[in-house]
Design a protein around this ligand. Sequence first.
Ligand code: PAF
Length: 276
Amino acid sequence: MQIARTIPELRSLLGDGRRSAFVPTMGNLHDGHLALVGRARTLGEVSVASIFVNRLQFLPHEDFDTYPRTWDSDCEKLRAAGCDVLFAPDEKALYPEPQTCKVHPDPLLADTLEGAFRPGFFTGVCTVVMKLFACVQPRFAVFGMKDYQQLMVVRHMVRQFALPIEVVGAPTERAADGLALSSRNGYLGPQERIQARELPDALRAVAQAVREGERDFGAIEARAAAALAARGWQPDYVAIRRRADLQPPAGGEPLVVLAAARLGSTRLIDNLEIDA
Ligand code: PAF
């Protein structure tokens, strides 16, 4: 695996016209990320991953400073996964001057759910993803469906700017008990880690209620949020939305249920597409 620390270094590694497939990450890699790299390897002639903890997508009270930075083990995992090129700029290399030019995604997609609880989050994500795309110039970009709204926001950005990139969504990797793999799972204490399966369990219960024909979505959402709260979670939202645009359902469209909730001081998100 070749490592580029600066944009010129990256350009010289990728300047030979090979079609690349790109996995952007913030490091602290787990099997979910490695599955994305595996998918990238099937798509491009060269697989590229990035590690960059992007200050722009953290609110002032969030965990930017404490976000786990695990460089050595990340490199080992990427090498073992067969990643060809790792782009790992520091802040000065990616943002040599304050990044005042930003990408503001469609508010309809980006100001709801995660965007409502983390204002400016998707502006930070889109700005760094656009910049990483400009650096890597991939033919394919692989994003996890675990961050369902992020995948949709990025897809929409790519379409609206006519970027010549195919955005590929990869299924969520889960632990044996159903918990979606996430870097933030590492914040959970042992007891919380056991309890954390209640979040995917809640999503499955919502999906089952919809599949069984219950149509008062507000009541289903409220029931799931109350059940989590009763077990000590602090839910931000449990929301049944249209897959196409993450708006509330009007009737008959493919649906997804998305949730975010805090267990102790750890905020987890997850989602489940609801089969008809
Ligand atoms: O999903 C993430 O890890 C981040 O939001 C991303 C896409 C790497 C942008 O910083």
